[in-house]
Design a protein around this ligand. Sequence first.
Ligand code: AMP
Length: 564
Amino acid sequence: MDHAAPLITTVVAALGLAFILALIATRLRIPAIAGYLLAGVILGPFTPGFIADVNLAQQLAEIGVILLMFGVGLHFSLRDLMEVRAIAVPGAVVQIAAATAMGWGVARWFGWDDVAGIVFGLALSVASTVVLLRALQDRHMLETERGHIAVGWLIVEDLATVLALVLLPTLPQLVNGESDPSGSSVGVTLLLTLGRVAAFSALMLVVGRRLIPMLLHFVAFLGNRELFRLAVLAIALGTAYGAALLFDVSFALGAFFAGMVLAESELSQQAAQETLPLRDAFAVLFFVSVGMLFNPSVLVDDPIGVVAVLAIVVLGKSLAAFVIVVAFRYPIATALTISVSLAQIGEFSFILAALGVELGLLPQRGHDLLLAGSILSIMLNPLLFAILDRMKESPALPSITPDTQLPPPEEEAAAPKRDGFAIVVGYGRVGRTVVEGLQEHGMPFVIIEEGEELAAEARALGFHVIVGNAVNRGVIRQAGLSRARWLLVGIPHAFEAARVVIHARAERADLHIIARAHSDAEAEHLRTLGASRVIMAEREVAIAMLDDVLAGPGPSAPVPRAHG
Ligand code: AMP
């Protein structure tokens, strides 16, 4: 069976096992990523039992990278990229240099030659796109200044990898100072590569920027949703593939540009929405494919090597990034976020390591250590972010509260002093309108909003805001659950709203909970869980429309004639 349909077998095995293990991980309060990686290790060739197709899994993972980078590009304008250039370029270059030097040092200590040391160091210096973007997305940070810097930094690293890959074959001559006949060819290779990147960027910014939005607008005009979805996917994958095929740049870079040229179009949000489910599924396959490459025996055979690699990736690289971001006078919170975001290695490192081994420049041990370092640093990454979140919330460390924040959100500091206030969950279309009304009537309230940008916007208006996911018990408690009179759950996801209602009702039998729903089944469910009142959004729209009709057309509102 597995020989007959390797693609289906790989996808089914990877998604199925990843689901089961992520479910267990979530129950144990471990990040789901650990489950995905472990699924990969189990399906990989280094553990007994069923072995999935590693090569196919890696190609599927690449689709995940393309969709992720396309999605990031959609939220990124050329101006955003230019704004972070001043920190992203020197930051990435210095960090790559520092990490390469550390890797080289460790390699020399292992007794390897200079060339192996440099390849090893370079592979240690580049972070994984998928891990970084997922972490930023989960925390709604992509649209913040910190998020922009991290993405800009990543793009510089991506470009550096492209250069490193083409220069790798000539590295021995470069290092040993052998000039002729390849001395001049190194310069030519370098120039050619830079030229290709420049040609691709120019083509995208001049032609793509007009053509791609035009194509999408044309399709949107046809009013066919399926065709629109198809157009978005074809543009993302087609541009990435074309970029790699014709210009030799990475898929990720190609996809990023495809997204970026669309970012200014008003259809970009819609386009981003269309690729979401696919993007998430393929990102899972990415983590499974990383796990598949990992040989667990390296942990027993070479523990010192693994610790050394991990120390460089998690501590050394972070420290380098931290120092440079602070040196550029950014807030400590920004420096910490960037450091933690980049404290991992992934797909770029595997590609560099694999090519290094193929060319006989890097010993197999280097390759194994890089893979071990990757899986461990990816597992550690959510933990580092959790520590960071905790540090930010700690009133003992007010100096690291992020750029846009007001005083630390301690319960007493955040909740209004008077009892009888409302907690408004979500500051989107619904929450915003609710808040306006409450303010107008002089009623006190606290907002819980997980998107940092929206939270900052509300804070700028002088409101009390807790940034976080209301599903998290600590977050609603922080908003003053014990003393609130109303809880207004204005978020659109029924699963999350249900968790909020359950938690709140468990602590407060007398709280008046009003929730938002989008179907009768959802409304019923929320009521059963303890909501005092549930407003079905679509029903209210219908009632308002009907009211309007029954009130009769006003003199200034002529009723258009129906067709046919
Ligand atoms: P809208 O659908 O326009 O009313 O927007 C809903 C808002 O709620 C968005 O701004 C989301 O960021 C926010 N939101 C969604 N889920 C949660 C949650 N679990 N906790 C806090 N805020 C949330």
